[in-house]
Design a protein around this ligand. Structure first.
Ligand SMILES: [Fe+2]
Length: 310
């Protein structure tokens, strides 16, 4: 293993001088979404991954094997929490019970980052198994900003908000998504999570240029990047329709967009998301290595000190 790889998997990170857990920042290196299918591979082989990310909703039970494994991973790697259930763009008030469960997880695991989606997924008492888009206008901007501030106040920390993959747009949207996100970050102090796969999926589905979207994205607020795979379908008019499925390797157009984004926002934590049809660990590790190489190719000076330490 190279010194560079060793530095990324430094097992002492996250443990304070007295053994008390600190809150290690998420490094500007490649991370991977943690899945139960890979717990043993990771704990036995200690692969040179910079950090892991989990959906907090999968760890809201009190104990049992999920927490045992997550505790063990958290002792060895920085951890990020990436929520999917807050429905922060929903019209109704936030679910305070869900928020409390989230706050308890944040206190327990002290993650380096917490992020959620600019989307909604609940209506009255119904839970929808999807992240749905919202109209971008002054009214929803003020509403989502209040929700973001409420979350940050409850958690006692800033959060990141992620650009969504979308399949439809609203006639009463009057603000570009990139401006909407920029204004949210400015008003609330939150950071942004740039998902370049989501940008590509939305661009193909709506017929705009993904590179242009990135050029307009408020990169000064970006603190994390996602890459993932998608599937290609045809809609009822035989036009291309991309589904943000997270069940394939990251396709070439997304790798190209990652390079473009990294050159604009500097070295950032880059997460490989893979949430369905989970592959063997070696396949996921290969994707993480490609993300790490992309980071190093875009910003050689930022990683040179690791190489010099060889
Ligand atoms: Fe994402």
């Amino acid at each position: 293993m190279t010194a560079q790889a060793e530095a990324r998997r430094d097992p002492t990170r996250g443990v304070g001088p007295s053994g008390a857990r600190a809150e290690p920042p998420i490094p500007a290196s490649a991370g991977v979404g943690l899945k139960p299918a890979h717990y043993r591979d990771i704990l036995e082989a200690r692969p040179p991954v910079g950090w892991f990310e989990v959906h907090p909703e999968n760890y809201m039970g009190a104990g049992g094997p999920p927490h045992r494994y997550l505790e063990a991973v958290r002792e060895r790697y920085p951890l990020s929490l990436h929520g999917v259930g807050l429905s922060i763009g929903g019209a109704q008030p936030l679910d305070t019970a869900h928020l409390e469960r989230l706050a308890a997880l944040v206190r327990r695991y002290q993650p380096g980052l917490f992020s959620e989606h600019l989307a909604w997924s609940t209506h009255t008492t119904g839970f929808l198994n999807d992240l749905l888009p919202l109209p971008y206008n002054e009214s929803t901007l003020a509403h989502v900003a209040r929700h973001v501030s409420q979350v940050q106040e409850c958690l006692g920390r800033t959060m990141l908000l992620e650009n969504p993959a979308t399949y439809l747009r609203f006639q009463d949207s009057s603000i570009a998504e990139t401006e909407f996100l920029e204004e949210l970050a400015s008003r609330t102090g939150c950071g942004l999570l740039l998902d370049v796969n989501n940008a590509y999926v939305s661009a193909v589905n709506h017929g705009f240029d993904a590179a242009d979207y990135l050029d307009r994205f408020p990169m000064e607020f970006v603190q994390e990047i996602h890459v993932a795979g998608h599937v290609r379908r045809l809609d009822d008019l035989d036009q291309p329709l991309l589904i943000d499925s997270h069940d394939t390797p990251v396709p070439d157009p997304v790798w190209i967009l990652l390079e473009r984004a990294l050159k604009q926002c500097g070295p950032q934590p880059v997460l490989v998301e893979w949430d369905s049809d989970i592959p063997e660990w070696a396949v996921l590790m290969g994707q993480a290595e490609r993300a790490q190489h992309t980071l190093e190719r875009c910003h050689p000076a930022a990683y040179r000190h690791h190489a010099n330490a060889c």
